[in-house]
Design a protein around this ligand. Structure first.
Ligand SMILES: Cc1cc2nc3c(=O)[nH]c(=O)nc-3n(C[C@H](O)[C@H](O)[C@H](O)COP(=O)(O)OP(=O)(O)OC[C@H]3O[C@@H](n4cnc5c(N)ncnc54)[C@H](O)[C@@H]3O)c2cc1C
Length: 181
């Protein structure tokens, strides 16, 4: 739908027009929503990556840094990864600007790749031409039947993320571990 579009009458009626003939319990779920309770918001994505996620002592995390299409279900996950990596690079004894620069360098390439992948999935899902939709749906059904694991390959490099590990220098200095990153 074009940005800012609203239903001519009521958003619930619009949902029923679009999904009312879907399988159970789709119609029942939409039907259980009260009048005026369907909220409609446009979804925006940052397809051109920001040059950096930080400036001086300020950093962006989550959607403010890398808003993406919800097609891979990754926006919230990436926000959590941001927080983990940010904490990793900002131990109390490190210069904050240096830590934020390391955070930015670590997160920009990964989130940019996922934003692009989500945008690709979004284009695929929003196909509207009859033949293209038929081919897409047929492919998805075939993959689902013959090799369900194949569909999960789309998440290679995404769902197998591991948080960064602190590497400690051997020994301690003044009773404290040294250089914790
Ligand atoms: C339909 C849909 C499905 C999704 N499904 C998934 C999923 O399955 N898995 C997943 O991981 N992610 C999913 N996401 C993405 C996920 O919801 C977002 O990526 C995530 O909420 C981003 O978190 P955030 O904290 O960065 O931003 P937000 O959740 O947007 O939080 C920002 C907050 O700041 C507040 N705010 C804004 N301006 C101000 C201001 N001036 N002063 C004070 N407060 C302010 C806002 O009210 C809001 O509460 C989905 C998104 C959509 C739209």
């Amino acid at each position: 739908a074009p940005a800012g579009a609203v239903a001519a009458d009521d958003e619930k009626a619009e949902l029923l027009r679009r999904f009312g003939d879907w399988h159970d319990p789709v119609r029942a779920i939409i039907g259980s929503v009260g009048p005026g309770q369907v909220l409609r918001h446009d979804v925006y994505q940052l397809t051109d990556p920001l040059p950096s996620f930080h400036q001086g002592r300020t950093a962006l995390v989550g959607d403010s840094a890398h808003a993406m299409a919800p097609t891979l279900g990754q926006g919230g996950n990436q926000a959590i990864e941001d927080a983990v990596v940010l904490a990793h690079h900002l131990p109390p004894d490190r210069d904050p600007e240096e830590g934020l620069a390391a955070y930015s360098a670590a997160r920009l390439p990964r989130t940019t790749a996922i934003v692009r992948k989500a945008a690709q999935a979004s284009r695929l899902m929003q196909l509207s031409g009859g033949p293209a939709v038929a081919v897409r749906n047929g492919l998805i059904a075939t993959v689902g039947r013959l090799g369900p694991g194949l569909a999960l390959r789309a998440f290679d490099g995404i769902a197998d993320w591991h948080p960064p590990q602190r590497t400690y220098a051997a020994g301690t200095k003044g009773g404290h571990r040294t250089r914790p990153w």
